[in-house]
Design a protein around this ligand. Structure first.
Ligand code: EPU
Length: 320
């Protein structure tokens, strides 16, 4: 059915668009219409000697898309292998892993606006991409739906592989791998992810529950007095990003469990549902972690996961 027809039948303000569902914490009941994005076409729009421009439907599974591109000889996305979810969701939170964010390869986004009831193309520079955020999470939240994403990808042999992330390079060194190519990076990323992150279909989780906090250098120096070993990455002048996992781990949450909810034993930033935990249980657990980290380090952890109420509105941890 055409999107326009869908919204003639459905009240857009009383509906929720679901991608893969891997980054949401849902309440037991949803008092609205859930629309599942299934647009699954992929079109090669243009190519040069060194790159391709492709238009991809929002409902395409992200990881299958990455593998398809690698098989075609199109690179760039290998560091983002095995991220759960769909193509259409990828620009919303500007998915990122192993030194790369999807923003780097998004050319533009096709957006169906509820108000105008028509599609328009939003260029990457208007998407306001930043760490795990974009215009779609802010000004355009609940204003419409992404139907397609255009990606500009380099052909293999026409770009430098991104090996900037420490654990990626150390894995390559450990395995003494030679002549690294994009497919090998994809495989290494899959191996690292499988060893550290629980598979959502086997053990309920939504990946990193919190964003890595960005603090100023004065705060960092203060923390370094007590914790000289603290890991940090410069992000802009005077600002650094520190791993939320490290803060949570130091507070003793890794591997801890209460009933059906717990913190994963191999990655402290992931909250897991062992089966039967409610949204309230998970939020309660997360709020305790947030409070503990704040009490110990004076650093506020902002959830990365979208926490929804029965009306599909985003809520924060404190709304228990
Ligand atoms: N660390 C700990 N304890 C832990 C885990 C990690 O102390 O239990 C410390 C280590 O020092 C490590 C550092 O935290 O060097 C960073 O850990 P890791 O490399 O596992 O990455 P992360 O910062 O925890 C981020 C993303 C992940 C992404 C990985 C790899 C966010 C919020 N998370 O995690 O994204 O896969 O980097 O690039 O930015 C997601 O968004 O759902 C997600 C899984």
């Amino acid at each position: 059915m055409e999107l326009r027809q869908v919204f003639e039948l459905t009240d857009s303000q009383n509906s929720y668009i679901l991608g893969g569902g891997s980054n949401v914490l849902l309440p037991r009941y949803l008092d609205l219409t859930v629309l599942k994005m299934e647009i699954d076409d992929l079109e090669l729009v243009d190519q040069t000697k060194s790159s391709v421009l492709i238009k991809v439907g929002s409902g395409v599974n992200w990881h299958s898309f990455v593998l398809y591109c690698l098989d075609q000889g199109w690179g760039g996305l290998e560091n983002l292998s095995l991220i759960p979810g769909t193509v259409g969701a990828s620009p919303i939170q500007n998915i990122g892993a192993y030194g790369l964010e999807v923003a780097q390869f998004v050319d533009s986004v096709v957006y169906f606006s509820y108000a105008d009831q028509r599609e328009s193309v939003i260029h990457a520079r208007e998407c306001k991409f930043s760490y795990r955020s974009s215009v779609f999470k802010n000004e355009l939240a609940n204003q419409g739906v992404i139907t397609h994403v255009y990606f500009r990808l380099p052909k293999m042999g026409h770009y430098d592989l991104n090996l900037s992330y420490g654990s990626l390079q150390s894995e390559i060194d450990r395995k003494e791998l030679q002549n690294i190519d994009a497919k090998m990076i994809s495989q290494i990323v899959c191996d690292i992810r499988r060893s550290k992150l629980p598979e959502p279909s086997k053990l309920g989780n939504a990946g990193s529950f919190f964003k890595n906090p960005i603090i100023n250098e004065v705060q960092l120096e203060e923390l370094q007095k007590t914790y000289p070993e603290i890991v940090y990455y410069p992000v802009s002048s005077g600002k650094v990003k520190i791993p939320a996992a490290w803060l949570i781990d130091r507070c003793g949450w890794k591997g801890r469990r209460r009933g059906a909810v717990g913190s994963y034993n191999k990655q402290a930033l992931v909250i897991v549902n062992y089966g039967g935990a409610s949204s309230e249980d998970v939020r309660q657990w997360a709020a305790e972690i947030q409070g503990d980290v704040f009490d110990n380090f004076g650093v506020f952890l902002e959830p990365e996961v979208n926490i929804l109420d029965e009306k599909g509105r985003k809520i924060d941890l404190k709304s228990l």
